[in-house]
Design a protein around this ligand. Sequence first.
Ligand code: ACM
Length: 543
Amino acid sequence: MTPETDLIPSPRVIEGPTRCGVPLDEATTVYAAPGTGTVERWLRSTVGAALGLPLAPGTEDDPNSVRLYLDDTLEPEAYKLSVVVNWGVEIRGGSAAGVFWGAQTLRQLLGPDAYRRAPVRPGVTYGIPHQTIEDAPRFRWRGLMLDVSRHFMPKDGVLRYLDLMAAHKLNVFHFHLTDDQGWRVEIRKYPRLTEVGSWRARTKFGHRASPLWDDKPHGGFYTQDDIREIVAYAAERHITVVPEIDVPGHSQAAIAAYPELGNTDVIDTSALTVWDTWGINPNVLAPTDNTLRFYEGVFEELLELFPSEFIHVGGDECLKDQWRQSPTAQERIRELGLKDEDELQAWFIGHFDKWLAARGRRLIGWDEILEGGLAEGAAVSSWRGYAGGIAAARAGHDVVMCPEQQVYLDHRQDGGDDEPVPIGYVRTLEDVYRFEPVPAELTPDEARHVLGTQANVWTEVMEDHARVDYQTFPRLAAFAEVAWSSLPAPAERDFAGFERRMAAHYGRLDALGVAYRPPTGPRPWQRRPGVLGRPIDGPPPNR
Ligand code: ACM
């Protein structure tokens, strides 16, 4: 197999390769033109460490070098990689990000050893075949959402996922930091959010109807320094971290920490604990001034930590029963002249839309934020299918397409009975490969509002990083190609060709230590007796 056919995601144009190539050896140097320092550091600390090569700083005229340049004739994330005999390797990018994606392609051309953390074949000279690659992404938002609330992923695991994203040219990490089952980010002003809100006493094992419990406490959180480290590590890899604080639903952990945030005129919120099972929770935030001020305090600290343009405020699955019963919420509806509880949620979200806009940021929320009227500057994560995204794009709002029917990677990968905890729709590797983020209903003008696409990893049934790997891979590789490459229409996509390239890609994932779902043979996860999944053809809710 020729090396070019192994690249994932596939690039736009490849010329060559030939059998001749250039070596990468002890003497190879790196020349980094101004603005490409992040890539030089990454090459040395990652590829250099993997192959045992110093990749020392060099000069532009060294033919045994990797030379990095910014090139303003290219689109910001585009790159051109040239490997020329007796001339070495040159990567030109429209920005440092473009150069970085080119360096990721170079790493793929070097083979699986380039994905290890230390050399396994010291002294071997690695060759890169003579060729030219021109490449650019289809979408500017190529995201992965990770839920660290349902199961906490310690910081090292998050940094590893940023590396895995970078290896697949994904560039937005949507960090789902809060939910009913755990609050995961230190907020100095409100220490109980993590003192109380980051631990639960026990955890449902399997789907919420399962009779099984894991009876040990589960929890953890990131300190503000941990977050700064994660954001900086992501930035070195040209990944933006978009934090999510989910309001006004999915908030039981926060209410358990600060009972006054809940609907105290409806239930005794001081009796609530961090939730230990799954599903849609009725305990939502009270729509009071006190709640607004509290979350302004949370977002103030968040803005110091996350430079991202977009801040995600959740907005999904907010049950309105307590608001219907609450005299305080009803009084607020009257006083604001609102029609109903949906408009009350829209008012709540709209408050933070304006609050964020005043601070130079943009609000993004799940597609429920369309109900009751979409806030002026809001962007939408379309998860309940395409409809929310279509409506938002038609109304001139930006959209990230992440329909659960297609790209929820917690959902089962196979209809057979060997999925560990089978939930949601059956979505095979091929289904993900044939996912089309831009619905045909949109006109070209409307389609410009589709910023891109995102795969979502909800972790109710993933208690550790090996389970996260198993659900996420290999499907994330197919998703990355959908997000990056300019693929034909779904029915015309060459899935057999993708599978042939995957044969090489599994070698890279093996070297990275990714516990992916193997394409054939025995699988590491057996379904535990008694674990219940959602019935295979059952309707949502899926968890
Ligand atoms: C979601 O899956 N509740 C956004």
